[in-house]
Design a protein around this ligand. Structure first.
Ligand code: PMP
Length: 407
C-alpha cells in the first residue's frame, strides 16, 4: 500500500478557509503527525474505514472509542432506521428514554437512576454540579493530566479560560496514595467530589492501571470524608466490564458518566447514580435541544443488549491480548523494543525509551501507510469486528511497517 493524501490535503485547505483551525480538537492534524495521516474519512464498515482518497485502514482507534460493535452494525442500524421512520426529535422524550434508563439501572453496578446528554463533557460537567448540590461543598479533585472534556473547569489548554474557572479544582497524582491523602486531609471538608477515570489514560504518556491499594484508598477516603466518587467511564465504558469499568477494578462510585461506546457511534451520553443522590440530581437543570432524540436512545439499548449477549468485553480482552503480544514479539524480532500499557481491550503500545515520541510517530505513520491506523500519542481501541483474522492481518501490516522502518 502506498497511500496518497491529496484529497485530504485539498479538503483541509478548504476547511482552513472557513473553519478556525481547519480541523480542531483531537482530530486536528497536529495531534498526529502533519502529512503522514489521512485527515478526512469517507466511509467505514466493521473494523475498517476508508479515507477521502480511497485508502483503506484497519481502524484501531474506532472513532476514538464510540465504535464498540463495529462500524455500520446491521442490528443497531436496523433499529435506528425503524425508530427514525417514526421521527427522532420531538417536544417530549419517547419511551426509549425510559427503557434506556431502566436498562442502565438493571445493568450498571450501583446505578439507581440515569439521565442523558449527547457528549461526555455534558455528563462530566453536570455530575460535578450534582455532587456540589448533594454535598453543599465546592471543590472538585481530579488526577493530573486526566481528560474529562472541554468545559472550562477541566479543558486542557488555556484559551478563553480564566483563573476563576479553575479556582475550585484540585489535582493529585494518579495511583499516588500520599498525594491523594495529602489533598483530602487538607481539603476534605471542602471537597464535593473526586473524579477519576477507571484507569489512567493520558495522551503522550503510558497508561496506568489502578493498584488495588489506590482503589482501596480512594474508596475509604471518599466515604470517610463524605466526598462523592465520580467515575468518568466515558472512554472505557462497555469495553472493560458490562456492569461498568469500576467493577473490574473495585471502585465504589456514587456517580458514573458514560458516552462513546454507549450508542455504537450514535450520539448519546449518560450519567447514572445512587438513590441517595437522586433528589439532588433532579435539582440540577439539565437539557439540550437534541438530548431526548429517540434514535440514539434506541441504538444504545440495542448496543447494550448485543454487548451483553456477545460478551464483548471478554472478546475485546482476548483479541487485544493477541494484538499486543504479537506486536511485542515483532518488535523483538525487528530489534525495535516496544512497551505496552493499559488493558488489552484499549492498549497503548509504543517504542521504549522514546521520550520525544519521534520514533513512535514514525512507527505509527509507517503502520498507517501500511493500512493499519494507529495513533502515536493516544490509547487505541478494539471493537468486536476485530476478529482473530483481522488481528492476524493487523500484525502482518504492522510487520510490513517495521520492515521498512528506519529509526
Ligand atoms: N472523559 C473522558 C475520559 C474522555 O475520554 C472524553 C473524550 N475523549 C471525555 C470525557 C469527553 O467526552 P466528549 O468528547 O464526548 O465530550
Amino acid at each position: 500500500m502506498n497511500p496518497h493524501y491529496s484529497e485530504s490535503m485539498a479538503l483541509f485547505k478548504r476547511a482552513s478557509a472557513v473553519i478556525p483551525g481547519g480541523i480542531y480538537g483531537h482530530a486536528a492534524p497536529a495531534a498526529t503527525v502533519p502529512g503522514a495521516f489521512p485527515y478526512f474519512a469517507h466511509h467505514a464498515d466493521g473494523g475498517r474505514y476508508w479515507d477521502v482518497d480511497g485508502n483503506a485502514y484497519i481502524d484501531l482507534m474506532c472513532g476514538y472509542g464510540p465504535i464498540l460493535l463495529g462500524y455500520n452494525h446491521p442490528e443497531v442500524n436496523a433499529v435506528a432506521a425503524e425508530v427514525q421512520a417514526q421521527g427522532d426529535c420531538f417536544n417530549h422524550p419517547t419511551e426509549y428514554t425510559v427503557r434506556l434508563a431502566e436498562k442502565l439501572t438493571q445493568t450498571i453496578d450501583g446505578a439507581d437512576w440515569a439521565v442523558f446528554g449527547k457528549n461526555g463533557s455534558d455528563m462530566t460537567s453536570w455530575s460535578i454540579r450534582t455532587a456540589r448540590e448533594f454535598t453543599g461543598k465546592k471543590r472538585i479533585a481530579k488526577a493530573t493530566h486526566a481528560y474529562h472534556g472541554i468545559d472550562p473547569w477541566c479543558v486542557p489548554g488555556f484559551g478563553g479560560v480564566i483563573t476563576e474557572d479553575r479556582a475550585q479544582i484540585d489535582g493529585f497524582e494518579w495511583n499516588n496514595i500520599e498525594s491523594l491523602t495529602a489533598l483530602v486531609e487538607q481539603q476534605g471538608d471542602a471537597l464535593a467530589a473526586i473524579m477519576l477515570t477507571p484507569f489512567h489514560h493520558p495522551a503522550f504518556e503510558d497508561s496506568a492501571l489502578p493498584t488495588p491499594e489506590f482503589v482501596t484508598a480512594v474508596n475509604q477516603l471518599t466515604q470517610h470524608y463524605g466526598i462523592l466518587l465520580i467515575i468518568d467511564d466515558v472512554r472505557c465504558g462497555f469495553r472493560l466490564h458490562p456492569q461498568g469499568s469500576h467493577k473490574l477494578y473495585g471502585f465504589e462510585p456514587d456517580l458514573i458518566c458514560f458516552s462513546k461506546a454507549l450508542g455504537n457511534g450514535y450520539p448519546i451520553s449518560a450519567c447514572v447514580g445512587r438513590k441517595a443522590i437522586k433528589i439532588a440530581a433532579s435539582k440540577c437543570f439539565l437539557t439540550g435541544s437534541f438530548w431526548n432524540a429517540a434514535v440514539p436512545m434506541a441504538a444504545a439499548l440495542k448496543t447494550i443488549e448485543i454487548a451483553e449477549r456477545d460478551q464483548i468485553a471478554i472478546q475485546l480482552e482476548r483479541r487485544g491480548t493477541q494484538l499486543v503480544e504479537g506486536m511485542l514479539e515483532l518488535g523483538l524480532r525487528y530489534g525495535i523494543p516496544l512497551q505496552a500499557s493499559g488493558p488489552a481491550a484499549m492498549p497503548y503500545v509504543r517504542v521504549a525509551d522514546d521520550h520525544s515520541f519521534r520514533k513512535q510517530q514514525a512507527l505509527c505513520a509507517a503502520a498507517t501507510q501500511n493500512g493499519l491506523y494507529l495513533h502515536p500519542h493516544h490509547n487505541w481501541f478494539l471493537c468486536a469486528a476485530h476478529t482473530r483474522e483481522v488481528i492476524d492481518e493487523s500484525l502482518q501490516r504492522f510487520e510490513a511497517a517495521l520492515q521498512g522502518l528506519e529509526l
